[in-house]
Design a protein. Structure first.
Length: 429
């Protein structure tokens, strides 16, 4: 699918975005192994999160509802059944990595696969700790999906994450739910903590001390009502658009502002962004609030180390924004971007060059000089939702009409993106 995008004279008004993808995945999985029903409100509309629902249904969980409101009838830690066919994770790395922790503890064999893109994404990071816990996992060429998981009785472990990864941490903690004793995960750098919050909400005994997460196995998880805040990763594209286009003033309602995810706002404010959060409240253990953002002339900056880990999903749109800053943007320590839905370092640089923007690529990042002009271009999403949305934002500042090829990739995480963007960019020249 192609989308034509004209430059915008402003990005303004008030918008509400879909539910957070990371939280939606976790709620659906935890609710399935809790006792009794859980109502999930504002569940993500993205295809990835619906892949998770499809997998849980195939494992014998009754899930009622449609749209953004679902009731998951949990069957407890011992309630899943062997699926009649292979589980399909679609394009979702979150589904296959996190769900594997649950599958590793089941008394049956499961095969889980994904689409062509997911089939190129290595899985050793979850295979290693699950093997230490006693699971047997076979993968294509020893590392790629599909995964064949021979479940069984697991033993608790202490696992030091080699690199910060919320998905790997979650996989190990989910497996640890089924193991007698204490499972400990040690993080080199703090990653998003939605799993820890959600497990506590459902009744797990979990503590966090100086980078060590300790989970007591075999808890009684109990179904409850939870609300998913709007996704700050989706908000990132609209925040960047408002900062990029002169005359913009945008309010985004009800966004999840978990401290492990709000590093984006801290980074942008540090570059001079005019961003306000009028008030905060807590909902299902997560902080939420409205974000108010105005067009700003930004200084530029460097993303590296722990900041890179915190902003890994936002780097595509930050790269676009960086080209319009005074001093440009440098990204390092981001080699993980090369094994996302695409090699994001390569696809970012290629599309920036189509935009007429200079950019230099490194093995672990890129650098983009500032004060650059954007020319109209034909962009390729390369089948990657974040690339499609990031360069839609770039097109708003271009000198003429641009085209996004493969625009339908946005539906993986944000099916309403194009309509929402059109509504916010109500004044197109």
């Amino acid at each position: 699918m192609e989308k034509k995008i004209s430059p915008a004279s402003s990005v303004s008004g008030a918008i509400t975005l879909p539910g957070d993808k990371s939280i939606s995945h976790r709620y659906a999985m935890i609710a399935s192994i809790a006792e009794g029903p859980t109502r999930i409100r504002n569940y993500s509309t993205g295809a990835d999160c619906h892949s998770t629902l499809g997998c849980m249904r195939a494992l014998g969980i009754e899930i009622e509802g449609q749209g953004t409101d679902f009731i998951v009838h949990g069957k407890g830690l011992n309630g899943l059944r062997q699926p009649a066919a292979d589980l399909d994770a679609g394009n979702s790395g979150s589904t296959i990595r996190m769900l594997s922790g649950i599958l590793a503890a089941q008394p049956f064999r499961t095969r889980i696969f994904g689409d062509e893109s997911l089939s190129r994404r290595p899985m050793q990071r979850i295979m290693t700790p699950l093997a230490q816990m006693g699971a047997q996992i076979h993968a294509h060429e020893g590392k790629f999906p599909p995964l064949e998981i021979e479940g069984g009785v697991l033993r608790p472990i202490r696992y030091d994450l080699p690199v910060p990864s919320a998905q790997v941490k979650t996989c190990v903690l989910f497996a640890g739910l089924f193991a007698e004793g204490e499972t400990v995960v040690v993080e080199p750098i703090r990653s998003r903590d939605h799993t820890e919050i959600a497990l506590r909400e459902f009744g797990a005994d979990l503590t966090v001390t100086r980078g060590e997460i300790t989970l007591q196995g075999r808890p009684l998880l109990t179904g409850r009502e939870v609300v998913v805040p709007s996704d700050i990763s989706s908000a990132a594209f609209f925040i960047a658009a408002a900062l990029l286009v002169p005359g913009s003033h945008l309010t985004i309602h009800g966004v999840g502002l978990n401290p492990t995810r709000s590093a984006l706002l801290d980074f942008l404010v540090g570059m001079g962004a005019k961003i306000r959060i009028p008030q905060l409240e807590s909902q299902s253990g997560e902080l939420i609030g409205d974000i108010v953002v105005e067009y700003s002339e930004l200084r530029g900056g460097t993303v590296s180390g722990a900041v890179t880990a915190a902003l890994i999903d936002e780097i595509p749109v930050l790269a676009v924004l960086g080209a319009a800053t005074r001093d440009g943007l440098t990204v390092r320590d981001a080699a993980e971007l090369r094994i996302k839905e695409t090699d994001r370092i390569r696809t970012i640089v290629e599309n920036l060059r189509r935009l007429g923007v200079d950019a230099e690529e490194f093995p672990d990042g890129l650098t983009i000089p500032g004060r650059q002009k954007f020319r109209a271009a034909e962009f390729d999403s390369f089948g990657d939702h974040r690339i499609a949305m990031a360069f839609a934002v770039a097109a708003l500042r271009a000198d003429g009409e641009s085209t996004i090829h493969g625009a339908d990739a946005a539906a993986v995480s944000f099916p309403e993106f194009w309509d929402t963007l059109g509504g916010a960019c109500f004044s197109l020249r």
